[in-house]
Design a protein around this ligand. Structure first.
Ligand code: SAH
Length: 254
């Protein structure tokens, strides 16, 4: 089978975050698939066909890209950030596992990108400098009770927590509920970072405390980092604060 599928991470924002590996995967494709606004970030190349799709259609988009590659084309399927983090690479694997046996012979490449939590962390200091975990707050693909159990476990174990998909029009209350839950487990002064649209023109990064954190400060383009007991804020005169998590941890949390 001569077709190829590259699942390409575009990074969090503008073109400076697109790696040289991603650039060459995009330039070598006959056809591009992806969520419309992500495809819009890819420079137009003569002879390439674009197949934009809606946000919610990951499975169908992955299957269409696989079918197109299986027909012999060189296909690139794009994701924001890293394609393996709450994104298209897993959707491709799911479709490939369930699809026609011939798809297993396809040349599939996953091209990594800078994921949102790394871009936000780098803007504010080093909040992921010690043990951390990442959770999606979306309960579209898992029950909310599981989200709560994982939040409790992560906070109880002393992890810094990166929260993806904090809020959307269809999921307005989940972040507020998550803050309530975390307030029962972590000190009120725990630093919380809101990183919005990092790497784009409308970027905004803000640091607050768990006690003061307000869910209405987040939107769909926001990633949150909730600190641990080892996370500190260095105030600097005339400069943005630095948030960091010490490389050393003391004893048992909770
Ligand atoms: N694959 C993506 C994540 C997709 S989930 C990645 O690796 O980054 C979508 C969520 O990612 C958003 O709800 C938001 O929480 C986060 N996100 C994506 N781009 C972002 C950006 N530029 N700044 C802050 N958060 C972002």
């Amino acid at each position: 089978m001569s077709g190829r599928l590259a699942v390409v991470g575009l990074g969090p924002g503008d073109a400076r975050y697109v790696t040289p590996q991603a650039q060459s995967a995009l330039a070598g494709a006959d056809a591009l698939y992806g969520y419309g606004p992500y495809l819009d970030r890819v420079p137009l190349l003569a002879g390439q066909v674009r197949h934009p799709s809606d946000n919610r259609q990951e499975g169908a988009r992955a299957a269409a890209a696989l079918a197109h590659a299986a027909a012999g084309a060189s296909v690139a399927l794009v994701s924001g950030g890293d394609p393996g983090v709450f994104a298209m690479a897993a959707a491709v694997c799911e479709e490939l596992a369930a699809g026609p046996p011939a798809w297993r012979c396809l040349d599939v490449t996953i091209v990594p990108g800078v994921t949102a939590m790394l871009a936000v962390a780098a803007r504010i200091g080093a909040p992921l400098g010690h043990d951390f975990c990442a959770l999606s707050l979306s309960d579209n693909l898992k029950p909310w009770e599981l989200v709560e159990r994982r939040l409790d476990a992560a906070a109880g174990a002393g992890f810094v927590i990166a929260l993806y998909n904090p809020i959307s029009r269809a999921r307005p209350w989940q972040l507020g509920r998550a803050f309530e839950r975390l307030r029962g487990l972590l000190p009120p002064a725990t630093p919380v970072v809101f990183g919005r649209a990092v790497g784009r023109a409308d970027e905004a990064v803000m640091v607050t405390t768990l006690a003061a954190a307000d869910a209405s400060s987040a939107d769909m383009a926001t990633l949150l980092i909730v600190g641990s007991r080892e996370t500190h804020v260095i105030e600097r005169p005339g400069l943005a604060p630095l948030v960091y998590t010490s490389r050393c941890a003391q004893g048992t949390p909770t």
